[in-house]
Write a protein that binds this ligand. Structure first.
Ligand code: PLP
Length: 374
């Protein structure tokens, strides 16, 4: 039995008719760039997140970039984030002309360690970007307390956390802005590239709407230097269809995670994910930690079980950020977890038999390692 890391086709098959109808409507109205289908999705997604506004953009990277620019972040500024993330978080900071400043992550949740934030603040710091890694929200209360005290903006990178909760509040709704990716493999994934920013700040929302559309609020009256970061009409229509299913898909992911937890929790040599108290994890990624990571992945491939690694190199050690001069040992928790993470197959359509097969393959590998060691 093959267990792919992702199976987008299984989900598509379950909503094929609804998707075809939605795309047909966009074609009938030729509403391809922005337009009514994007506006409708923005309304629905803001309601889902519990915010007043949502602005659809072309990708999660656009969402972060538009949010930072909208908040006035620019050259000379510093923005604090984590190295345990996809490079886009740091890239958006860099493309505003600002400098990413990293702080290490918590060893249990792999999210920003709030106790490390104050020491990273300088007179140039303007904002903090906690990343809700793998689908679990960062510990927002202490981050917000520091941000308020030091007058810093908080931009949530919720690209992996659609519908996740912290003390009953949805991802994206707590900071000044919340940024989402709808990359196809995300919990709410488009059939192409798309993203969104949610906020309760009307001024910020207005500015972000202009920035995504060449700095114009009225056609050809450009009052800002913006960019083309618009969402496609077809993606808006597809996302509206998929949003209706998101809660059920999230519950399926949580059920799958629970089954993995039960099967793997007591296997020696494995660290399973921990859902923090007061958090609702949406398991975009179910990442375990194993010391013999690379050999484990190779042994699973032989059984036709396919895993991922998110992310093998923390951002501060990537060649792209060599100029920051942050060597190995700068962020030990992020570095150690990056060396041990294995992302197991995780999607709503994963069957109990597939989960059992993955867990069985892992347990067999670790058992044979143990035998070989004695
Ligand atoms: C944490 C995080 N931030 C930002 C992004 C960027 O999103 P996109 O690929 O839609 O530009 C991603 C997507 O992979 C992500 O996982």
């Amino acid at each position: 039995m093959k267990v792919p890391y992702l199976d987008l086709k299984a989900q598509y098959e379950s909503i094929r008719g609804e998707i075809a109808d939605a795309i047909q409507q966009v074609l009938d109205k030729t509403a391809f760039a922005g337009g009514p289908f994007v506006a409708q999705f923005e309304k629905e997604f803001a309601a889902f997140c519990g915010t007043q506004f949502a602005t659809g953009v072309g990708s999660g990277t656009d969402a972060l970039w538009v949010a930072l620019l909208g908040l006035g972040i620019g050259p000379g500024d510093e923005v604090i984030t984590v190295p345990d993330t996809f490079i886009a978080t740091a890239e958006a900071i860099s493309w505003c002309g600002a400098k990413p400043v990293f702080v290490d992550v918590d060893p249990i949740t792999y999210n920003m360690d709030p106790s490390k934030v104050e020491a990273a603040i300088t007179p140039k710091t303007r904002a903090i970007i906690p990343v809700h890694l793998f689908g679990q929200m960062a510990n927002m209360d202490p981050i917000l307390t520091i941000a308020r005290k030091r007058r810093l903006f908080v931009v949530e990178d919720a690209s992996q956390a659609h519908g996740a909760e912290y003390k009953g509040r949805k991802a994206g709704s707590i900071g000044d802005a919340g940024c989402f990716s709808f990359y196809p493999g995300k919990n709410l994934g488009a059939y192409g590239e798309a993203g969104a920013v949610v906020t309760n700040n009307e001024e910020l929302d207005k500015k972000m709407r202009m920035l995504r559309d060449h700095g114009q609020a009225k056609k050809y009256f450009h009052s800002l230097i913006g960019w083309n970061a618009r969402m496609d009409g077809i993606q808006g229509a597809i996302l509206s269809v998929k949003l209706r299913h998101l809660e059920a898909w999230t519950e399926a992911r949580r059920r799958n995670a629970k089954r993995y937890d039960e099967l793997l929790r007591n296997v020696p040599g494995i660290t399973v994910p921990v859902e923090a108290p007061n958090a609702k994890h949406v398991y975009h990624i179910y990442a375990i930690r194993v010391a013999e990571r690379d050999r484990l992945i190779a042994s699973l491939v032989e059984k036709d079980i396919h895993c991922g690694i998110h992310y093998p190199i923390p951002v501060h050690l990537l060649d792209a950020y060599k100029s920051l001069n942050l060597g190995k040992g700068s962020f030990p928790v992020a570095e150690r977890s990056a060396a041990e993470f294995v992302s197991l197959p995780m999607y709503p359509e994963l069957t109990p038999a597939q989960i059992d097969r993955v867990a069985g393959g892992i347990a067999t590998f670790l058992e044979s390692e143990r035998r070989a060691a004695v």
